[in-house]
Design a protein around this ligand. Structure first.
Ligand SMILES: N[C@@H](CCC[C@H](N)C(=O)O)C(=O)O
Length: 286
């Protein structure tokens, strides 16, 4: 039967995983929005699509719930790695994955009842060069730069971990504030490809707490690429050590930033459900 899906979450950041060879509808903007809608579809923070790759063991497309495509996703990669292992696409516990944001390596660290539970991902390098984030800036690296909004300004720090991120340091974290300014910052003209946003509070040399506003998805409970980006910026600014824990409303991730800015991320993933898209939902897809 066609249109098999698995829904899995990484710390409350939930994705639908499907195999491109197994779907009978077009993965266009409108269909992605419908499938990700919590009322008219399954509901999720995005879709992960298994595709062929000539560069790695597996290819991955990462689709945001607004229908746009992301270059990288940390939770998405751990969720995808679990799917590959649990559903027999690989017997090996380590494999490479080709994303629009570069090659990554995933390793199943722990299993539970023969299913992947804890996964480590080598996310690739953090890149600070403004033009590569991309962020429009007069500085080579956009660190401690002012971002003017309609009714206030923030000091921002930008980095790419395959996808673009903007980090704002805060003494206190407030969900209402990120909900109020998230969309304005995501869509600010300074960011030609839009941006993922994090408010970050340093708790100690090894712990940082964050709130997240994702490009194309909005407020999410956790994000692996956001955690990677925040960790890289904290190390760059000398605010933390290179091994740190990122705390989010949905849970925590372990991060390690190497001297050459390679990022390793480790965290849990849990399957929620699997099944087939109903013929009635398929009728609503174009
Ligand atoms: N939830 C993800 C990030 C997904 C991609 C992001 N919305 C983007 O557009 O870059 C993660 O865990 O990293």
């Amino acid at each position: 039967m066609k249109n098999f899906f698995v829904k899995t979450h990484g710390l409350g950041n939930d994705y639908i995983v499907m195999n491109s060879k197994d779907i009978s509808f077009e993965m266009n903007e409108k269909n992605i929005q419908t499938v990700c809608d919590v009322h008219y579809g399954i509901g999720s923070d995005g879709i992960l699509l298994l595709v062929d790759s000539d560069k790695a063991d597996f290819g991955l497309r990462i689709l945001n719930p607004d229908g746009s495509e992301a270059e990288k996703s940390g939770n998405g990669l751990r969720i995808f790695a679990k799917y590959l292992y649990d559903y027999g696409f690989t017997k090996s516990k380590s494999f490479s994955i080709d994303t629009l944001g570069g090659l990554v390596y995933a390793e199943v660290i722990e299993t539970e009842n023969d299913k992947a539970r804890l996964i480590k991902v080598d996310m690739g390098k953090a890149i600070f060069e403004s033009a590569k984030v991309p962020v429009i800036s007069e500085q080579v690296e956009c660190l401690d730069e002012e971002l003017q909004l309609k009714d206030r300004s923030y000091q921002i720090n930008c980095v790419s971990v395959g996808n673009p991120h903007c980090i704002i340091l805060k003494d206190e974290l407030d969900d209402e504030e990120i909900l109020k300014y998230g969309s304005e910052i995501e869509n600010h003209p300074k960011f030609p490809n839009r941006i993922n946003l994090q408010f970050a509070k340093v708790l100690s040399r090894n712990e940082v707490e964050i709130r997240i506003w994702e490009r194309g998805a909005g407020y999410t409970l956790a994000s692996g690429s956001s955690s990677s980006a925040v960790a890289a910026v904290m190390v760059k600014k000398g605010l933390t050590d290179r091994k740190l824990t990122l705390k989010m409303p949905g849970g925590q991730l372990k991060l390690e930033i190497a001297e050459d800015w390679e990022i390793q991320m480790t965290g849990e993933v849990r399957e929620i459900a699997s099944g087939y898209l109903s013929p009635e939902l398929l009728q609503d897809l174009s």
